[in-house]
Design a protein around this ligand. Structure first.
Ligand code: BTN
Length: 326
């Protein structure tokens, strides 16, 4: 009920009477009063005026379950929220919830992580108060070899969500880093669980650097945050709301063809590697070439020095810019 009261207060710029809220939720005045008091404790400036009712005086930057539930009005993506002040890793929690039959679209969000996971066995430093750490649980009925494309779908959704919520033009570094002014602002880690030949579930974990912060020396050159680049404050809740909306739409387009064909133009337009010299690092060796964009399978097309168009598959390969991170 807390989240719904919040939605109603946000939609209604004027006072809503206690009576109206009681009738809406079929509860007593005391129950409404208790919920409003909890919201106040969580940081919402709710004015209560006798004979008029309740009003949200301003939009505070509160980040929590009620805030997210009051904002996310998608059909399924992010409709079940598990919010934690601190977890080891939202990906690990999402996998545990998946084992307990949590539905597709469950969104695990944490204020901080104590064992955040990055790609290639690296960690993801996750202090509280700064950033977004979330994992979306999916149960796609697709061939497992197509699951890696879901990372690209999320990268596109994050890029689009950022554009809407923060009014900023971000880029994608293939396959799934989001980049602002040549520096990484978001990382994505997708993990899949199989049962025989079938996908049991897929979890897509996203870490977005939002607040200005000190990065470890080895990251300082290549990492950034939204607020450091934009010089203004960003609402984490609004950003997550928009990412869920965009993901739901992009995922539907992906599932229609079970490949990237309907998202190809948008993804390639966002690709910062496009037309750039890249170094492809494969387990068998490395070579340089010019990135030409992705194909419908999500592979990066790279024109090598012998003028052969190589198809680079995301799994084992890493692609670096010749002159820096991008
Ligand atoms: C990368 O190395 O670029 C991927 C980083 C992914 C970090 C996110 S934060 C939320 C989710 N939970 C994790 O443990 N990792 C992902």
């Amino acid at each position: 009920m807390k989240a719904e009261i919040l939605s109603l207060l946000r939609e209604n710029k004027d006072y809503i009477s206690g009576q109206e809220l009681c009738e809406h939720f079929h509860v007593t005045r005391t129950a409404v009063w208790k919920a409003v008091n909890q919201l106040k404790k969580e940081g919402y400036p709710i004015e209560a005026v006798q004979n008029r009712g309740y009003r949200l005086a301003s939009e505070p930057d509160v980040f929590g379950r009620a805030e997210l539930e009051s904002r996310i009005h998608t059909k399924w993506a992010g409709r079940h929220i598990a919010f934690y002040e601190s977890v080891g890793s939202t990906n690990v929690t999402a996998k545990l919830l998946a084992e307990e039959d949590a539905p597709a679209g469950t969104l695990v969000v944490a204020e901080s992580q104590t064992a955040g996971r990055g790609r290639r066995g690296r960690g993801w430093v996750s202090p509280p108060g700064h950033n977004l750490y979330f994992t979306l649980l999916l149960r796609p009925q697709i061939n497992p070899d197509k699951a890696s494309m879901l990372t690209l779908v999320m990268a596109l959704a994050v890029k689009e969500g950022m554009e809407e919520a923060c009014n900023v033009q971000a880029g994608i570094k293939w396959p799934n880093d989001i980049v602002l002014n040549g520096r990484k602002v978001t990382g994505i880690l997708t993990e899949m669980s199989l049962q025989g030949e079938y996908i049991q579930h897929v979890v897509i974990g996203v870490g977005i650097n939002v607040k200005k912060q000190e990065f470890a020396p080895e990251l300082a050159e290549k990492a950034t945050s939204l607020e450091a680049e934009l010089g203004r404050s960003i609402s984490r809740a609004l950003l997550l709301e928009r990412v869920m909306e965009r993901f739901e739409e992009d995922y539907a387009l992906f599932m229609e063809k079970q490949d990237m064909s309907l998202l190809l133009t948008a993804y390639n337009a966002a690709l910062v590697n496009c037309g750039k010299q890249v170094q492809v690092l494969e387990p068998a060796g490395e070579y340089a070439g010019t990135a030409r964009g992705i194909n419908e399978k999500g592979e990066l097309l790279v024109l090598d020095s012998a003028n052969n168009l190589q198809k680079v598959f995301a799994g084992e390969v890493s692609v670096r810019g010749i002159y820096g991170y991008v």
